[in-house]
Ligand binder design. Structure first.
Ligand code: NAD
Ligand code: IPM
Ligand code: MN
Length: 343
């Protein structure tokens, strides 16, 4: 990507802020490598919402959409806002309104104690399904509508097929079309359609329930898994376990059709972890690896690879936060990674 790049930083709530503070200096580091990068800090989240009543204003959304190239996001969720409406109004709104259909969640087993032979990537649809926030609570029943559009399903599956073709790895679609005949029926039809167009890709469909059992029993037999928003959410947390847990998993969302200038959002897979927030013990690895995915998306391949390598070398040298059985604080783990970048 030529010219100056503008990235917005949204640390959010809880450990989102703690892990963002550690990854943030990586932006100065890419500048020191000659990249032109401007940053915009946005203190959106529960504190801001409770203090001002504002979640994500139209003006702020328009600024992000039209003046930024990408977003680096921590996590949202706070026990003081139990219905999580601010998280919906910030994170789900960004994903949906920026049409960030493709959510890429790779599992990178970097720990010696994990099975390094696992090579798994989840492609999760990011804007629809039951997460479209259409529903109602009525007397005696509750409804959550799941909407699947042909355009979003096709975009997600095209990205997954392209990746499978590039990597020459097999692709599996997780679905429940045996029950969800309409929505998941559409997924299977489009998947088969794309497979006919790309017969060189080894591709098959699996019922998601059976897939989960097989994934736990034989994770090495899977490579790329595509799924709708709901199943992809669940499968990606399971795949995080193969990398060592929630703190290890990165993600990048993007809009393949680029409807706006802002076409990417990088965020760790984990949430705001209220159970450990404020203790300074969260694992920042997922945040660092998400930052690397954003660098790669921006075309900064060397910087992305060097950052991933710094994380891998810190872990190989034994740097571990408490979720990984170690004793390092978030800051110490951040320092262990950054020192390997020479910062
Ligand atoms: P969570 O991912 O926040 O935490 C699940 C468990 O994993 C907790 O025990 C937590 O301590 C641990 N954990 C998570 N990240 C960790 C890290 N980096 N280092 C060490 N341990 C880590 O999920 P949850 O508890 O279901 O949700 C908490 C809040 O976060 C909720 O409000 C939820 O809606 C929100 N959430 C937000 C996002 C997001 O912003 N992308 C993602 C998931 C959940
Ligand atoms: C995630 C989270 C979110 C999701 C929640 C907080 C809305 O679980 O990013 O995986 O379900 O997408
Ligand atoms: Mn999730």
């Amino acid at each position: 990507m030529a010219g100056g790049i503008r990235i917005a930083l949204i640390p959010g709530d809880g450990i989102g802020r703690e892990v963002m503070a550690e990854a943030r200096p990586c932006l100065d580091w890419v500048r020191s490598r000659g990249r032109h990068l401007e940053t915009l800090d946005l203190p959106l989240g529960a504190d801001h919402c409770l203090a001002t009543g504002e979640t994500l204003s139209e003006a702020t959304f328009a600024t992000l959409r039209d003046t930024c190239d990408g977003l680096l996001f921590g996590a949202v969720g706070d026990p003081r806002i139990p219905d999580g409406h601010h998280a919906e109004a910030i994170l789900l709104r960004l994903r949906q309104s920026l049409e960030l259909t493709v959510n890429f969640r790779p599992c990178l087993p970097l720990l010696a104690e994990q099975d390094g032979g696992i090579n798994l990537e989840v492609f999760r649809e990011n804007t629809e399904g039951p997460y479209c926030l259409q529903g109602s609570t009525e007397p005696g029943r509750a409804v959550d509508l799941a909407v699947h559009t042909e355009s979003a399903v096709r975009r997600l599956l095209e990205a997954a097929f392209q990746r499978a073709a590039e990597r020459r790895r097999p692709l599996v679609l997780a679905h429940k079309a045996n029950v969800l005949k309409h929505g998941h029926g559409l997924w299977v039809r489009i998947f088969e359609d794309l497979h006919r167009a790309m017969p060189e890709v080894e591709a098959r469909t699996m019922h998601a329930d059976a897939l989960l059992c097989a994934l736990v029993q034989a994770p090495r037999s899977f490579s790329l898994i595509a799924a709708d928003n709901y199943l992809g959410d669940l499968i990606s947390d399971l795949s995080a376990a193969f990398a060592g847990g929630m703190g290890m998993a990165p993600s990048l969302s993007w809009a393949p059709h680029r409807p706006y200038r802002c076409a990417a959002l990088a965020e760790p897979v984990h949430g705001s972890a209220p159970d450990i927030a404020g203790q300074g013990v969260a694992n920042p690895v997922g945040m660092f690896l998400s930052t690397a995915l954003l660098f790669r998306h921006l075309g900064w391949e060397a910087e992305a690879a060097d950052l991933e390598d710094a994380v891998a070398r810190a872990l190989a040298a034994g740097a571990r936060t408490q979720d990984l059985g170690g004793t390092l604080s978030t800051k110490e783990m951040g320092q262990a990674i950054r020192s390997r970048l020479g910062t």
